[in-house]
Design a protein around this ligand. Structure first.
Ligand code: NAD
Length: 297
């Protein structure tokens, strides 16, 4: 029975994951190396719970109960010592994740399931850093976690069917819809999404169409909520590039080669929303979508 959940990493995804578990009455320990990041995460969770109150989805009492279900900690060992499930959502860096999994494997109770929210790192490789590869699984939430329904559940080579079944059921308990994938580069979501984004950037690079036209065609033509260039800005162009590299190296197929314009933009520090500019310019407080000067006619 899973009651105590440790979430490692209190960034964009970690605060959302903690929010959703806490809202569904799990005891959550949210862990980060930065206490500032932990305070910021709590403020974000509180603000996002307020938004749910405004929408009539939860009551003030449910907000307070969710907040009471969360404790924060900078001590990873203490945080995972009584966990039934750990969900790792630290920075997307392979060596860091291997080190975290080595550490939590040594401390977490024997039957604790170790899940990772990685977008692209091999679950099997992460599991190999532990003595319990059958209890390691991908639990890939989508951003923003409190809103997005999908959990991509990824089986590593050794993941047991019991662990998969537990995570599938747990995802449903969180009000999410789980979908199963196996551990190949990019799993399902990013294997399909990232080449589409990469192709959109090639289309721009080759002058087939401008930023607005590409996004309008994909948005209205395919009924996507946002165009691929805007989505790339939202995800972060550095993240898109690193996932394309995982696909390219993992399959050894030139069809996954990152578009040179994507590479250039990352080198130039134009990473999208997080740096204030990518294909579009982002001004705090403004929702207007303005194409970057670089791509204006
Ligand atoms: P982020 O940079 O917003 O947050 C990462 C957090 O991890 C930071 O607060 C950092 O201080 C913390 N951290 C770093 N080292 C740590 C350690 N040793 N112990 C504890 N905390 C540590 O990153 P994010 O966007 O939240 O991504 C987290 C994970 O989720 C990544 O694996 C990423 O691939 C995946 N993911 C991201 C998205 C997205 O849209 N951002 C979507 C799906 C999955």
């Amino acid at each position: 029975m899973i009651n105590n959940v440790a979430v490692i990493g209190a960034g964009t995804m970690g605060n959302g994951i903690a929010h959703v578990f806490a809202q569904h009455n799990f005891h959550v320990t949210l862990i980060d190396i930065s206490s500032q990041q932990l305070e910021k995460a709590l403020a974000t969770i509180s603000k996002n719970l307020d938004r749910q109150i405004t929408k009539g989805q939860i009551t003030e009492a449910e907000k307070q109960s969710a907040l009471q279900n969360i404790v924060i900690s900078t001590d990873i060992d203490q945080g995972v010592a009584a966990a039934h499930l750990v969900v790792e959502a630290a920075t997307e860096n392979e060596n860091l994740k291997l080190q975290i999994f080595r550490q939590i494997d040594a401390i977490a109770p024997q039957d604790c399931i170790l899940a990772t929210n990685t977008s692209s790192i091999s679950i099997t490789k992460i599991a190999a850093a532990t003595q319990r590869p059958q209890q390691v699984i991908g639990m890939h939430f989508m951003n923003p976690v409190p809103v997005m329904k999908l959990v991509e559940v990824i089986n590593g080579y050794h993941t047991s069917s019991y662990v998969t079944g537990t995570i599938v059921e747990l995802s449903k308990q969180l009000g999410k819809i789980p979908a199963l994938a196996n551990d190949y580069p990019g799993f399902v979501a990013n294997r399909i999404l990232m080449p589409m984004i990469n192709e959109a950037i090639y289309t721009l690079q080759e002058g087939v169409a401008d930023v607005e036209a590409i996004d309008t065609i994909m948005k209205l033509g395919m009924a996507h909520p946002m165009g691929p260039l805007q989505l790339a800005d939202f995800i972060g162009l550095d993240v898109c590039l690193s996932i394309m590299k995982v696909l390219h190296e993992g399959f050894g197929d030139p069809k996954y080669a990152p578009c040179p314009l994507l590479v250039n933009m990352v080198h130039a520090g134009r990473l999208g929303v997080k740096t204030g500019e990518g294909f579009y310019v982002y001004t705090p407080g403004s929702k207007e979508l303005v194409v970057s000067e670089k791509f204006r006619k």
